[in-house]
Design a protein around this ligand. Structure first.
Ligand code: ATP
Ligand code: MG
Length: 560
């Protein structure tokens, strides 16, 4: 389901070279390794398109591997959402695997390293250990336990595993080099003692592997060839290699390749911070349409295809940068312009009464039906019937009693087009006791059926409308940026300081009857207003996906 690759990138170049040299016998196997401690976000979509897309392009395989090595933060709910989000994006893992399935093998390998004199139990606490690591240009200090004998180390490790010791009282460390210029190699921690329940292994384990100790080994166990991750692991690569070089591996040694994370303006892509928004109740859960999670974007109406196309288009590099969110929105708009049916809805309704509209013999206003194209971009979407009568809803913004300069919509004495129906001229207004406009009166020209005058006279604006007698009540959630600053946290260091307190406005609107049939999740264009997604659960609740104006085009013009 990947879009064809238009350009090459350094990752594909590495794989091509490996294939030419026969490094992995032409085999390409990648993996996507999320920690199930939250929902996937737009940054993960980039990693997914790289991991799955690259494997697919080379006829290889890509597993989903849960990096479930931290029992305190991981849950089955997250596992299930991750599986669903990857499928929604359009990728299918070759296999679904868990690092926790390798706890036994990892432990055996840890004993092996101990037996080789390459790992030791340190009885110091983590603060002391990190204070001893030194810094750039400053060598670390060896632990007093660094030169323990193999037998004592094995005994202590076995007792750590058996749950004999307090949490935090001991760790297992690799014995590498306390003076190494790369801090990651200064005797890194392999195992921590945790007396927590793990969502898969329950109470089986009292010690848990660190990311570094688990990751490369899991790759090797599964037969991964190219282990693609983000740039912050760059300095860990020598450690990744060190472990693999010192173990009796079942097969080839996988290769870690790093690329720059996807960051977006006005967006935070950190599970920890997103989790805080959920926990604080700032948003209504992980799938709140304002969230940059895949489940939030899906509920907001973002098509998976648009997200994939965006991730492909921005390319894969080793340079950190931040993409404009308007660029992603532009992909969304392009996709929806082709796929979304058009409907008429009025979000700030004002009553328009056509005084010369005819009534039938029984005294009730006549109803006329117009055949309207569902999507002018796609004839296959057919047409629908839209009712028109003498009382309509129009947008309050589309009327001005005293029009300001350059206001060409409806005002007393001014003629406008009601889209696809008739030309109407406003005549007067009704006001309530407070002086607010309660209704606008108008006359229509019966000769202009369809919206054009036979004498060719022009009007300056075309407005959408909804027949009052046929309207359904809808609720629309209008969203602004969740973060006001383009780079959240740039000023204070804390992205959550830039939260927009007014990121959602909920309005009650009126819409043409066809909207009552919107399928859960269906995205439609409200004419002149934007794209709106029907909520998957609540009937007649619509989330504004994006507006109609392509701000990305304007940004690009400004940058050119
Ligand atoms: P977070 O900081 O949000 O918790 P993470 O990197 O800890 O992200 P993981 O679940 O460990 O989250 O990530 C799984 C994979 O997704 C990793 O390979 C990681 O490098 C990649 N990834 C995470 N965030 C991004 C991002 N913003 N852009 C590209 N890839 C990402
Ligand atoms: Mg992580």
């Amino acid at each position: 389901m990947t879009e064809p690759a238009t350009t090459s990138d350094f990752i594909r170049d590495i794989i091509r070279r490996d294939n030419e040299q026969g490094t992995y016998g032409g085999r390409v196997q990648t993996r996507f390794p999320p920690e199930p401690n939250g929902y996937l976000h737009i940054g993960h979509a980039k990693a997914i398109t790289v991991d799955f897309g690259t494997a697919e392009e080379f006829g290889g395989t890509c597993n989903l591997r849960f990096d479930d090595t931290n029992p305190d933060t991981e849950e089955t709910e997250f596992v299930e959402s991750i599986v669903a989000d990857i499928e929604w994006l359009g990728f299918r893992p070759t296999r679904v695997l868990h690092a926790s399935d390798y706890f036994g093998q990892l432990y055996e390998w840890a004993e092996y390293l101990v037996s080789q004199g390459l790992a030791y139990v340190d009885d110091q606490d983590t603060e002391t250990i990190s204070a001893q690591r030194g810094g750039f240009g400053k060598s670390g200090v060896a632990s007093p336990y660094r030169d323990r004998g193999v037998e004592e180390n094995l005994d202590l490790l076995r007792r750590m595993k058996a749950g004999e010791f307090e949490e935090g009282s001991r760790v297992l460390r690799a014995k590498i080099d306390m003076a190494h210029e790369n801090m990651a190699l200064r005797d890194p921690v392999m195992y921590r003692i945790r007396h927590s329940h793990h969502f898969r292994t329950g109470g089986d384990w009292w010690i848990y592997p660190t990311y570094d100790w688990a990751h490369g080994q899991s790759d090797a166990i599964e037969g991964v060839t190219h282990s693609i991750c983000t740039l912050e692991f760059d300095t860990h690569r020598p450690l990744y290699d060190w472990y693999l070089e010192h173990l009796p591996l079942p097969g080839d040694q996988p290769k870690q390749i790093e690329f720059a994370r996807l960051e977006l303006t006005h967006t935070v892509t950190s599970k920890r911070r997103l989790a805080k928004l959920v926990a604080d109740g700032t948003v209504d859960g992980w799938d709140d349409p304002r969230m940059p999670t895949l489940s939030g974007l899906r509920r907001r109406g973002y098509p998976a295809r648009a997200i994939r196309a965006f991730c492909t288009e921005i390319g894969t590099t080793r340079t950190n940068s931040r993409q404009n969110i308007e660029a992603l929105e532009s992909f969304v708009r392009r996709e929806l312009n082709a796929s979304a049916q058009r409907r008429m809805a009025v979000l700030r309704p004002l009553r328009l009464v056509i005084d010369n509209w005819p009534s039938g013999l029984d005294g009730t206003p006549l109803v006329e039906y117009f055949d309207v194209a569902n999507n002018p971009e796609n004839a296959d979407d057919g047409t629908r019937q839209v009712a028109f009568s003498g009382e309509l809803w129009i947008e309050a913004d589309d009327f001005a009693e005293v029009p300001p300069p350059k206001f060409f919509r409806l005002s007393p004495g001014r003629e406008v087009r009601l889209r696809g129906a008739y030309l109407v001229t406003a005549t007067s207004v009704d006001k309530d006791a407070d002086g607010n406009i309660a209704a606008v009166h108008a006359t229509y020209d019966p000769e202009t059926r369809g919206g054009d005058a036979p004498d060719g006279r022009k009007v300056k604006s075309t407005m959408h409308w909804v027949s009052a007698a046929h309207a359904v009540d809808i609720t629309a959630a209008l969203y602004e940026r969740l973060f006001t600053a383009p780079v959240p946290g740039e000023a204070t260091g804390e992205p959550l300081d830039d939260l927009n307190p007014d990121s959602r406005e909920v309005v009650s609107g009126r819409a043409e009857a066809a909207l009552a049939d919107a399928a859960p999740g269906q995205v439609v264009q409200f004419e002149r207003l934007g794209y709106f997604a029907a909520d998957p659960q609540t009937h007649l609740l619509f989330h504004r996906t994006v507006g109609l104006r392509d701000e990305w085009a304007a940004i690009q013009r400004r940058q050119a």
